[in-house]
Design a protein around this ligand. Structure first.
Ligand SMILES: O=C(O)c1ccccc1NCC(=O)[C@H](O)[C@H](O)COP(=O)(O)O
Length: 394
């Protein structure tokens, strides 16, 4: 049965000469009209489309034909949907115009409301990035990348830690808050926390840079790097545009996370190439079998994170790591020599042992250690033993 819902519809009579009448009506429309559940494939095109040759951003509403852009994004969303990607990209400025005879009208709720938290984050990120790149166009960022501190070997650090401890290498997350858990730590000093993690034996650090949902920042990333903390740094972001890769590197990141639920294969390939060019390690995050299979079909992927948190529903289940490493997938991962990182919801030595048994060589942990008064001790408690580097070797 067709599901009916109400929509505000604004008619704009501007296609009638010398008329400027606008009216809004409310009437039921078919949900098939409003279910726009597709998303983009070619955000790499966007990355370059939205910057003029002089480097100025042209994402501003005044310079784009929003109706045309809406159609492009819709068809990009459709391509992405064929890869099983449910997260749609933000519509340009509002719903598209429809035409009936001389009338133009908009269906106000036509796909312009995010359907879940991940989609909301991505839509906000699109706006944030467009604004930031207006201030710092790519050509100026490239100079900053040249002057950034040299990238450090993220994967090398994970391997060395695994060899040293015989346990999954720890990527310890510096994050103040999260959408699912709210504020995790009121007295949040990113540099102090980073130092405590290093002292506890973390191989690498993950720094949340999203401000709106995680209360993070690129200043935190920069401050940790400038404080001389030796662990390689992962910029934990929602990457929607290649511009962010340059920005992360300019701020001192050694690695970035790419989320398969957001980015189509072509974007992941293209962004991975850029990362290689500028010295960033890529951690591709997957949540389910389809995403894992997509990523295993892409050449050059060295690091895959399996997220135990469903980023659309917040549900956490650490058996997700095991499920995605079973059978042929696990075999393929071993053949390709890919390092797998177990992510989210790890709190106890039994959890660490469980994901290690499943085949991970590294874990990414935030909540359980950032909440501890002393995060150094928190790491020992998580592993059930002291994994810190002996002072003579540190
Ligand atoms: O953590 C969230 O609420 C969240 C919501 C939407 C998108 C991403 C989200 N988390 C990012 C992460 O992947 C975690 O910060 C990371 O894996 C560490 O998880 P945890 O050890 O459970 O803090």
């Amino acid at each position: 049965m067709e599901n009916l819902m109400c929509c505000d519809v604004s008619f704009n009579f501007n296609s009638i000469p010398s008329s400027s009448l606008n009216h809004t009506f409310r009437f039921p429309v078919s949900s098939t009209l409003t279910n726009n559940n597709h998303r983009s494939c070619l955000s790499f095109v966007r990355a370059h489309q939205s910057e003029a040759s002089d480097g100025s951003a042209i994402d501003g509403d005044s310079k784009v034909d929003t109706n045309k852009e809406w159609k492009v994004r819709n068809s990009q969303d459709e391509i992405a949907a064929t890869q099983g990607i449910r997260i749609r990209r933000r519509p340009p400025t509002g719903p598209p115009l429809h035409y009936v005879g001389p009338f133009e009208f908009r269906l106000q709720n036509e796909g312009n409301t995010p359907r879940n938290i991940l989609e909301e984050i991505v839509w906000n990120k699109d706006v944030e990035v467009a604004q930031l790149r207006g201030k710092k166009p790519l050509f100026s960022l490239k100079k900053a990348v040249d002057n950034a501190p040299p990238p450090r070997d993220f994967i090398g650090a994970l391997k060395a830690s695994y060899l040293r401890t015989g346990m999954p290498a720890l990527i310890a997350e510096v994050k103040k808050a999260s959408p699912s858990r709210g504020v995790l730590r009121e007295d949040f000093d990113p540099v102090e926390i980073a130092k405590a993690y290093k002292n506890g034996g973390a191989a690498c650090l993950s720094v949340s840079t999203d401000q709106k949902y995680f209360q993070g920042s690129y200043e935190n990333l920069e401050a940790i790097r400038n404080a001389g903390v030796k662990c390689p740094l992962l910029c934990k972001e929602f990457i929607v545009d290649a511009w962010q890769l340059y920005y992360a590197r300019a701020k001192g990141a050694d690695a970035v996370s790419l989320i398969a639920a957001i980015l189509p294969d072509l974007d992941i390939k293209y962004m991975t190439k850029i990362c290689k060019m500028i010295g960033l390690t890529v951690l591709v995050e997957v949540q389910d079998e389809n995403e894992m299979d997509r990523i295993l079909g892409i050449d050059g992927i060295e690091l895959i994170g399996i997220n135990n948190r469903n980023l659309e529903t917040f549900e956490v289940d650490i058996s997700n790591t095991k499920k995605l490493l079973e059978g042929e997938r696990g075999e393929k991962i071993r053949q390709k020599d890919i390092i797998v990182v177990g992510e989210s919801g790890l709190f106890t030595p039994a959890d660490v042992a469980y994901v290690q048994e499943a085949g991970v060589k590294a874990i990414l942990v935030g909540e359980s250690i950032v909440k501890q008064k002393d995060p150094t001790k928190g790491i020992a408690e998580l592993f059930g033993k002291d994994i810190s580097v002996p002072t003579a070797l540190a």
